[in-house]
Design a protein around this ligand. Structure first.
Ligand code: G3P
Ligand code: MG
Length: 247
């Protein structure tokens, strides 16, 4: 099976968690800032609520980034809808809502942003999260180039692949293991994503010789980004989209 490719070219910079460090993470405010800063692509994290709906949030619990408490997977949509996801970062963002995947998709379309949706399953919900997020993406991006979908969870990616076979997938690792290519091929993935400081030259060589795009997180220094791009890394995820502007 040959990997499905996104119908869009990979930009050099993805704003990490929507707008990087310039806005509260995984918020619509972040998407607006990313677009205003000239970013063409964003990455965000998606997890299921107690009702099985996809929402943008990084942690399994609500405390760090919202005014809520408890596990996302045990919290109903009606509660998530009323949370403040902005004031933990800065009071200027008080009242910034926690976005659903539908909210984020609509704003990406409006702003012309390409997306890397990172499936972030709560422990024990890996396969169902992959399946639900993939199906919802296919509805929300209908008639448009599909987003690139990644996850640290192989079970989530396998479920996403089964649910929507044409979805472009990125295998995401902190440190790619020796058998990363086996996982990549089994998923018919499109891209390899990993921590910038854990990318070994042997892995990069393997990817390069197979024309597999390599994307690295989280790169906040302009000269570090330039070095990575010169080594053949296709894109970096960054919190400092201001420092990496026009790269
Ligand atoms: O997808 C790249 C990056 O977002 C992975 O790390 O923890 O920020 O989701 P994390
Ligand atoms: Mg992420």
């Amino acid at each position: 099976m040959s990997p499905p490719a996104p119908a869009w070219p990979l930009p050099r910079v993805f704003a990490h968690r929507c707008g990087g460090a310039l806005a509260p993470e995984n918020t619509l405010a972040g998407l607006r800032i990313a677009a205003a800063m000239g970013c063409r692509a964003v990455e965000f994290d998606v997890m299921l609520s107690a009702d099985g709906s996809p929402w943008l949030i990084h942690d399994e619990t609500l405390e760090r980034t919202t005014n809520g408490a408890g596990r996302v997977c045990e919290t109903p949509d009606a509660v998530l809808q009323g949370l403040d996801a902005g004031s933990q970062q800065h009071r200027a963002y008080a009242g910034e809502p926690l976005p659903s995947l539908g909210d984020a998709a609509a704003l990406c379309h409006e702003l012309g942003l390409m997306a890397n949706v990172e499936i972030k399953p709560a422990t024990g919900f890996e396969a169902i999260t992959g399946e639900v997020v993939a199906r919802r993406i296919s509805e929300l991006w209908q008639g448009r180039p599909l987003p690139l979908v990644s996850s640290f969870s192989p079970a989530a990616l396998e479920a996403a692949r089964r649910a929507v076979p044409r979805l472009p997938l990125g295998t995401l690792w902190v440190h790619p293991p020796a058998d990363w290519l086996h996982h990549f091929n089994a998923l018919a993935a499109f891209s390899l994503h990993c921590a910038a400081d854990k990318l070994e030259e042997t892995v990069l060589d393997q990817a390069r010789s197979r024309k597999i795009p390599v994307l690295c997180y989280t790169v906040n220094d302009r000269s570090a980004a330039e070095t990575l791009l010169a080594r053949g890394i296709r894109s970096v995820f960054s919190d400092r989209i201001d420092a990496l502007r026009s790269l």
